[in-house]
Design a protein around this ligand. Structure first.
Ligand code: C2E
Ligand code: MG
Ligand code: MG
Ligand code: MG
Length: 309
């Protein structure tokens, strides 16, 4: 563990005199423990995917949500040693150690298998007969984008499970894309050529060049949660949200807000012309079986809300 702390201190360019604090030592221990446990998490079947619905805003100008437009697959890890560990804690470690490639491949294959199962079971919106069927998005990290066999993996998983490529969407964060743009551009075009849709995640937190944004073969922007969270209190955040929606529409992209927790935010976002809303206000991420039930219930219930005044 001292080695880990030493390595970290070096990696961060810190003066080695400063790092033997109990706090840093504890962090290094935690990190080392997560890394060790993560190494066999895929094999031991400790990972799962939860799915969070995304709602479409009614296009008729009624300014209500008209139904489910898709869902996002989110990694969950239950370790017998560490308990439940959130992706914000283990994904960065998986990226640093390269483990994210194996984990990410598992995500691609598992999401495709799940879509196929839902299609076969005739889950509302996902049944093979639904037109157009709901889209399932998965998150991809920078390390995966650089993996030489990514495109082949996607092609094989889609084919094996007989899924129309348009039913899969890939989310890549803005900061990932803007780092090594030219390399990524080729990969993005190859993904898009498969027919898989592309979204930029956490938009507004990176430093997009508008010039590149225009060249990326993307379908959708997801406004970062931090702007949505603060938009009711801070007029500058509201202005940013509106600017992102305007920019997205100018470029012919759909715009999704993530982290929508309350009806007031939802109203403001609908009034601003946001196309889709995702957040605890509508549904939390849930296991696949729960999502199928939820979709069944929401197909019966009216999801309409009063129009924003
Ligand atoms: P993300 O892709 O931006 O996902 C959105 C995160 O916001 C999720 O956290 C989701 O549970 C959370 N969220 C959704 N609605 C609300 C809301 O109304 N309020 C609040 N406070 N939070 C909300 P989660 O599941 O903990 O994932 C965190 C991040 O971990 C993701 O951010 C993504 O960057 C990464 N991640 C998750 N699954 C994967 C994966 O399969 N592969 C990769 N590479 N990264 C993943
Ligand atoms: Mg995402
Ligand atoms: Mg996000
Ligand atoms: Mg994020």
């Amino acid at each position: 563990l001292a080695d880990v702390a030493m390595y970290q201190a070096k990696a961060q360019g810190r003066d080695s005199a400063h790092f033997y604090t109990p706090e840093l030592n504890q962090r290094a221990q935690q990190r080392a423990l997560i890394e060790t446990q993560l190494r066999h998490a895929v094999q031991a079947q400790e990972l799962s995917l939860h799915y969070q619905p995304r709602m479409a805003v009614d296009a008729s100008g009624e300014r209500c949500v008209s139904g489910v437009s898709g869902m996002e697959a989110l990694l969950r890890w239950h370790s017998p040693v560490l308990g439940q560990v959130g992706p914000d804690r283990f994904v960065p470690i998986a990226e640093e150690t390269g483990l994210i490639v194996e984990i990410g491949n598992w995500v691609i294959e598992t999401a495709c298998a799940q879509i196929a199962a839902w299609r076969a079971a005739g889950v509302p919106g996902l049944a093979a007969s639904a037109a157009p069927p709901l889209c399932v998005s998965i998150n991809l990290s920078a390390v995966q984008l650089g993996a030489p066999d990514l495109i082949e993996r996607l092609r094989v998983s889609l084919h094996r499970h007989a899924i129309p490529a348009g039913q899969l969407e890939i989310e890549i964060t803005e900061s990932t894309l803007m780092d090594r743009v030219d390399t990524h551009l080729r990969t993005l075009h190859a993904i898009r050529a498969l027919g898989v849709r592309l979204a930029i995640d956490d938009f507004g937190t990176g430093y997009s060049s508008l010039n590149y944004l225009n060249r990326f073969p993307i379908d959708l922007l997801k406004i970062d949660r931090s702007f949505v969270r603060d938009m009711l209190d801070d007029p500058r955040d509201l202005a940013i949200v509106k600017a992102i929606i305007g920019l997205g529409h100018t470029l012919d992209l759909r715009v999704v807000a993530e982290g929508v927790e309350g009806e007031l935010e939802a109203q403001a976002l609908r009034a601003a012309g946001c196309d889709e809303l995702q957040g605890y206000h509508y549904a939390r991420p849930m296991p696949a079986e729960a999502l199928a039930d939820w979709l069944g219930a929401s197909a019966d219930l009216s999801l309409r809300e009063p129009a924003a005044g």
